[in-house]
Design a protein around this ligand. Structure first.
Ligand SMILES: [Zn+2]
Length: 108
């Protein structure tokens, strides 16, 4: 069975909303920054594949990047935007989930 990479645009948005448990998608023009490869992309560019159980998986559109929804933050400069800063912090915490929580409390 072939993998439907290019789904109808309406379905793409529904799939993004259903599959990305981390952040809200308001439209396919919403932008995300992948904290792994530092690239900005829109909902249209998100790679969608089906696993063997028929579950949709979202992938960073950058070739070779393993980033998924948990690694995608809202665009914005984390140095000037409180919301962007927290979002980055959250995504980076997920990457180092072993020790990040204790480091965070002692740094505060
Ligand atoms: Zn990426």
């Amino acid at each position: 069975m072939a993998t439907p990479r290019h789904l109808p645009l309406g379905e793409r948005l529904l799939i993004l909303r259903a599959t990305d448990k981390f952040r809200e998608w308001h439209s396919l023009d919403d932008k995300r920054v992948c904290v792994l490869c530092d690239k900005t992309f829109s909902g249209r560019q998100v790679e969608m594949t089906l696993d063997r159980f028929g579950q949709v998986e979202l992938h960073c559109p950058t070739e070779g990047c393993k980033g998924g929804p948990g690694k995608w933050v809202y665009p914005g400069n984390p140095l000037v935007s409180e919301i962007a800063y927290r979002d980055w912090q959250r995504a980076l915490e997920e990457r180092n989930s072993d020790s990040a929580s204790t480091q965070l409390s002692s740094a505060a």
